[in-house]
Ligand binder design. Structure first.
Ligand code: ADP
Ligand code: ADP
Length: 235
């Protein structure tokens, strides 16, 4: 058993006659503190898997457990980042990064002492991803790559025990991508959270992950699982 445990999961979209069977017999266990990568062809159910593990959907069959508890409703210990940065345009970068704190701990976020600590935390994270001094800018003042960096900060700001990344590096130029890979690896080593990364890029998976799951085409399930216990290639 793992920190994130999906057992024999089946999920189909839509009514019975024209339903799309997205996942069937999917079993996957990710250990606490592990960096897992999930690779597979487009449409194999990777995003569906992310929604199940964060409690945004429930399976029709099988079980989903996070931190030893069956998932029922949104998993508040999770931080998420997706391929398309989705920042609120009326908020500054810093205010966007701080959003999860206001959602998860609204009462504390209003206390000025706590708020100062949160601001510092958000600013520290922005500095780690190379956005020092950009906190006061609005999203439209940032490049796509910079927005994606801010997105990662937002996913991490409330110290999630589980970090869910759905192709967050996919749209970046090669240089920015490899820079952020390094940042992610350092953050993961330092903070010890559990990560599940969905990616098309096998090279990215092998560079970042401790364990790689390969999924088959629809209906999706895990067909290969491999621990990366050999020296990692450089990007
Ligand atoms: P991936 O992330 O690997 O591309 P998804 O989890 O997005 O795969 O989708 C898995 C399958 O489920 C695909 O065949 C997709 O077309 C289908 N699907 C995803 N979301 C929906 C939806 N809301 N309604 C109907 N079918 C969907
Ligand atoms: P990215 O690779 O992050 O998409 P760009 O190629 O668009 O970035 O921009 C290259 C660099 O130019 C950025 O890393 C940043 O230092 C700087 N830059 C981009 N947009 C702005 C901005 N609105 N204000 C100040 N500097 C910027």
């Amino acid at each position: 058993t793992g920190f994130v445990d999906l057992r024999n999961v089946r999920l189909s979209y839509g009514a019975s006659a024209d339903a799309t069977l997205a996942l069937d017999g999917l079993t996957m266990a990710v250990k606490k503190g592990e960096f897992a990568a999930v690779v597979g062809p487009s449409g194999c159910g990777k995003s569906t898997l992310m929604k199940l593990a964060t409690g945004l959907m429930t399976p029709q069959q099988g079980t989903v457990e996070v931190a030893g508890k069956e998932v029922a409703g949104p998993v508040s210990i999770a931080g998420m980042a997706f391929q398309n940065p989705s920042m609120l345009p009326w908020r500054t970068t810093l205010q966007n990064v701080m959003l999860p704190l206001e959602i998860v701990q609204p009462h504390r976020a209003r206390l000025s002492r706590e708020r100062d600590a949160y601001v510092r935390k958000a600013e520290d994270l922005l500095a780690v991803v190379g956005l020092k001094g950009f906190g006061a800018k609005f999203p439209w003042q940032l490049s796509g790559g910079m927005q994606q960096r801010a997105n990662l900060c937002r996913a991490l700001v409330h110290d999630p025990a589980l970090l869910m990344l759905d192709e967050p590096f996919g749209a970046l130029d090669a240089f920015t991508r490899e820079e952020l890979w390094q940042v992610m690896r350092d953050l993961h080593a330092e903070k010890g959270f559990t990560t599940i990364l969905v990616t098309h890029d096998l090279r990215e998976a092998v560079f970042l992950a401790d364990r790689v799951f390969v999924m088959s085409a629809r209906p999706g399930k895990v067909i290969v699982e491999r621990e990366i216990d050999f020296p990692r290639p450089r990007p």
